[in-house]
Design a protein around this ligand. Structure first.
Ligand code: AKB
Length: 314
């Protein structure tokens, strides 16, 4: 049987850092090609510096390493995307089109690409937002993810490219800080709490959003990529849910660990972006098609974050 060779584009980013480790464990480090825009990534075997917008070089890498699976994680997130609209659009959509074309004309068997709750806009139900509903994104990032979802569906329907996708909520990780997202407060707050005992939150206290702890997100990707093709009923992108909370809920949970923790609210333009997104998500299709179940809730995620971050601080 042919061995899988996995190319991870954006291996040093928020999802990539932990997903690369998990894929190395699953397949063996020799089968993983980790790529990112950074000149080097100490500790990553088979690391290559790659600009995902360089189509000919990307295709050469896929051919040279006989890549069978591509995980495309390079993207510009919602908050930063509003500041750099053209760059965000180009990076988020052009990279996907490039990967889909390369997958189609080479022997790439599967592609993974993350979408986001940012595809939804104010027209979607605020709570228990279903898989199929009005998706009227108001950010460049959201528009790029919505367009990307339909490109995935198009390449599957028209050319049979086996591309799989998840609409992620805000992701929380102790391993790496996110950059440029609207949900980043949920990570920054832990660092603020441990370093200064306080945090100035850029969302209003009751601005509820769907969130997920990174170990659940990584497991979701691994599970989705293992599911037999015929079980996958959604070829745009699957809704996925784990927990939903507002900044005041997270602050209250943090106080259980650090009773003197103080939070203040200084909402900025990111608060407006978050108000346009659903506060919670229904993920019946993922539960039915590939038996998705989250493991972490607000309590267990918070405890685990403190355990890891406190270890790092010694
Ligand atoms: C962001 O805040 O932009 C991302 C997302 C919800 O996709 N974390």
């Amino acid at each position: 049987m042919k061995k899988d060779r996995i190319l991870i584009i954006g291996a040093c980013g928020q999802i990539g850092t932990e997903l690369t480790m998990a894929l190395m464990k699953q397949y063996g480090p020799e089968y993983i090609i980790a790529a990112d825009i950074l000149p080097e990534a100490p500790g990553l075997k088979n690391y290559i510096c790659l600009d995902v917008l360089d189509h000919p070089r990307l295709e050469n890498v896929v051919r040279e390493y006989s890549v069978t699976q591509i995980y495309l994680l390079a993207a510009m997130l919602s908050a930063k995307g509003e500041m750099q609209a053209d760059t965000a659009w180009k990076l988020n959509v052009q990279s996907l089109l490039s990967v889909l074309k390369i997958a189609r004309s080479n022997e790439v068997e599967k592609v993974f690409w993350p979408s986001s709750i940012a595809v939804f806009g104010p027209g979607a139900p605020r709570y228990n937002c279903p898989q199929h509903t009005a998706a009227e994104p108001l950010t460049v990032y959201g528009i790029s993810k919505k367009a990307g979802e339909y490109w995935c569906n198009y390449y599957f329907e028209k050319y049979g490219v086996d591309v799989r996708s998840i609409r992620f909520p805000g992701l929380i990780s102790h391993a790496i800080a996110p950059g440029g997202g609207t949900t980043d407060y949920a990570v920054e707050i832990f660092h603020g709490a441990l370093k200064n005992g306080r945090y100035d939150c850029f969302l209003e206290e009751d601005n509820c959003l769907p969130m997920m702890y990174m170990p659940d997100a990584v497991r979701a990707i691994l599970e989705l990529m293992r599911v037999p093709k015929e079980k996958i009923s959604i070829r745009t992108s699957y809704n996925l849910s784990a927990m939903s909370f507002a900044p005041c809920d997270l602050a209250a949970e943090i106080k259980k660990h650090l009773p003197d923790f103080r939070i203040s609210y200084v909402p900025d333009y990111r608060n407006v972006i978050a108000r346009g997104w659903p506060g919670s998500i229904k993920d019946d299709a993922a539960r039915l098609d590939w038996q998705w179940r989250p493991e972490y809730d607000l309590q267990t995620m918070t405890a685990d974050m403190f355990e890891h971050l406190s270890d790092k601080r010694g």
